[in-house]
Ligand binder design. Structure first.
Ligand code: FAD
Length: 371
């Protein structure tokens, strides 16, 4: 199987090294252990035909389809990982209603979509939430503003699902200052935990996966969870229980403390309120994700019940901006992966025709293509 980073053009304002780590994490978790080389685009990147907001199933299939139609593509997602709800909310659940699969694990479907989209080498910008979307007066180009960059595109496909996902953060007043200094909401570089004393907070798939990944390298791994039931795949929980991770159920985090780096945590038993102090070097938190339409509702788009209204061509009220997948609404709308694929396909074909009126709307059949 080709490595995903070789298939994509990964772009980010941060050092390329950071993204090598992200891809390594993604590959370890979803693809295979091969660590590839990759290319990194310069600061503001090139103008693309189609910018896709959202790297969930709809955005990924849209990226594939736009590539098939010869368009240059960039996917921007607020998360550090592709796959949208598939990889964030239910990676270990089986899906039964995607055409061509009688049963497929969500994370495997995401992996296949990533592989399919990767054939056309879209640029990928992860960890960037699109805050503003504007049309530039003279050029007619769209500019997509994130906190760190401005991306430019001739047309835009909003495949933002339920809105930008962000990891829920610790409700402790000093937590923000420890981010990057021992406090992590994503695991980007496993080696960073080698010989460290690690505390993992959470009881879902990610927290349990992290425990299984980190514990073989770390000096000590403790996982705390506020209940005694885990919301993770049974086999992963079993693996964790059989490993070296110290599991403390009914425990919660009360305090983190240290100098520049985290040095210790106070945890407590939520049944007895008894407190314990742990010496730690790193805290990994996965207590869920929050999502909201956020800035999208301020972009001048027609919104109905928290979704973006589209016409039969999946075009919004602003020409050149299309929407598809969970975020789009029209009469008869069904929020399913299968319908998102079809909507992405329609949106891309009309976007192609809009940018190049000589191009047919109907793309022909891919089975007739010569590669
Ligand atoms: P999403 O998967 O939500 O992806 C949208 C992406 O856009 C996210 O990654 C988000 O971070 C990003 N984004 C949003 N706004 C911004 C912004 N401003 N800037 C940058 N990035 C942004 N469907 C089925 O068909 N079959 C099933 O069996 C099924 N099971 C499900 C089980 C569960 C537990 C859940 C929660 C959903 C299930 N679904 C199922 C629904 C399915 O997952 C969704 O329909 C599908 O994920 C929608 O895909 P999408 O690409 O439109 O949006």
């Amino acid at each position: 199987m080709p490595s995903i980073a070789n298939m994509f053009h990964v772009e980010h304002y941060k050092a390329s090294d950071h993204y090598t780590k992200c891809w390594r994490y993604l590959e370890r978790r979803f693809i295979n252990p091969k660590i590839p080389s990759m290319s990194v685009e310069s600061a503001n990147g090139a103008i693309v035909d189609l910018a896709i907001i959202g790297g969930g199933p709809t955005g990924l299939f849209g990226a594939f389809y736009a590539g098939l139609r010869g368009m240059s593509v960039k996917i921007i997602d607020s998360l550090e990982i592709l796959g949208g709800q598939l990889t964030t909310l239910y990676p270990e659940k089986d899906i039964y209603d995607v055409a061509g699969f009688s049963q497929v694990l969500a994370k495997d479907l995401a992996r296949n979509l990533i592989e399919q989209a990767g054939q056309y080498k879209p640029s990928i910008c992860l960890g960037e939430r699109v805050e503003a979307l504007k049309r530039e007066g003279e050029s007619g180009l769209f500019s997509l503003h994130t906190k760190t960059k401005v991306h430019r595109a001739r047309a835009v496909l909003i495949a933002g699902g339920m809105g930008a996902f962000e990891p829920k953060t610790l409700p402790l007043p000093n937590a923000p200052r420890y981010v990057g200094h021992g406090l992590h909401y994503f695991v980007n570089d496993l080696q960073g935990f080698r010989d460290k004393r690690v505390l993992i907070v959470g009881g879902g798939d990610s927290a349990v996966d992290w425990a299984n990944m980190v514990s073989p390298l770390a000096a000590a791994t403790t996982l705390i969870h506020r209940r005694d039931g885990f919301r993770a795949h049974e086999q992963s929980v079993e693996r964790m229980r059989n490993g070296v991770t110290k599991i403390l159920t009914f425990f919660e985090l009360k305090q983190i403390a240290g100098g520049v780096q985290i040095e210790e945590d106070v945890i407590y038993d939520n049944r007895t309120k008894e407190e314990h102090t742990l010496k730690v070097d790193a805290v990994l938190v996965n207590i869920g994700f929050s999502n909201s339409l956020g800035p999208i509702k301020d972009w001048g788009l027609e919104i109905e019940g928290g979704s973006i209204k589209v016409d039969p061509m999946m075009q919004t009220n602003i020409p050149g901006i299309f929407a598809a997948g969970d975020i789009a609404v029209f009469p008869g709308k069904l929020k399913l992966i299968a319908t998102g694929f079809g909507e992405a396909c329609i949106a891309v074909n009309f976007a192609k025709h809009l940018l190049d009126p000589k191009a047919n709307i109907f793309p022909g059949h891919s089975s007739n293509m010569k590669r």
